[in-house]
Design a protein around this ligand. Structure first.
Ligand SMILES: [Zn+2]
Length: 159
């Protein structure tokens, strides 16, 4: 009889401990949420993808994007794909010369940066999670942006 009684106590004690552990896990998740809320906005923003900016050299009224290779590396897209769209939007001719991109005509950095931002929004960043971990997939005449981070797959609509 005494033995039964002590087992009963032990059982109650164990259940109580489990409840406490579950409560601890919940409050730990709450703690994490609150901790993330307290992360300064600028820190959250810096972990987001940043569209690369051009560095320019003007020579004989033509423009060289001197960090072109780095821009392409950051965007992680095919050079020809990027150039086809970029040159058409800029309305000029251009060609790759070593690490640089030669553009016929004089261009301001704001104008070229805007074109790269637009390209990035349409062909690089996932529209759902905003991450750059994407691939362009072709299906017949349609193109899709497949995100390897969140799994989303959206049809690419040119702007
Ligand atoms: Zn995504």
């Amino acid at each position: 009889m005494g033995k039964f009684f002590s087992n009963g106590l032990l059982l109650k004690f164990k259940i109580k401990r489990t409840d406490e552990i579950i409560m601890d896990l919940n409050s730990y998740e709450e703690f994490l949420d609150k901790a993330y809320e307290k992360v300064p906005e600028n820190v959250k923003r810096s972990s987001r993808f940043e569209t690369p900016k051009v560095r320019l050299r003007i020579e004989s009224r033509n423009t060289f994007i001197t960090n072109f290779n780095k821009i392409i590396f950051t965007l992680n897209r095919d050079k020809r794909h990027f150039l086809g769209i970029f040159l058409k939007k800029a309305g000029t001719m251009g060609e790759i010369r070593g690490q640089q991109l030669f553009l016929k005509g004089q261009y301001k950095d704001q104008v070229l940066n805007r074109l790269i931002e637009n390209y990035t929004k349409t062909y690089v960043l996932c529209s759902i999670c905003k991450k750059p971990d994407t691939q362009i997939q072709r299906e017949g005449k349609k193109y899709y942006l497949k995100c390897t981070a969140c799994g989303a797959r959206e049809e690419i609509r040119e702007k």
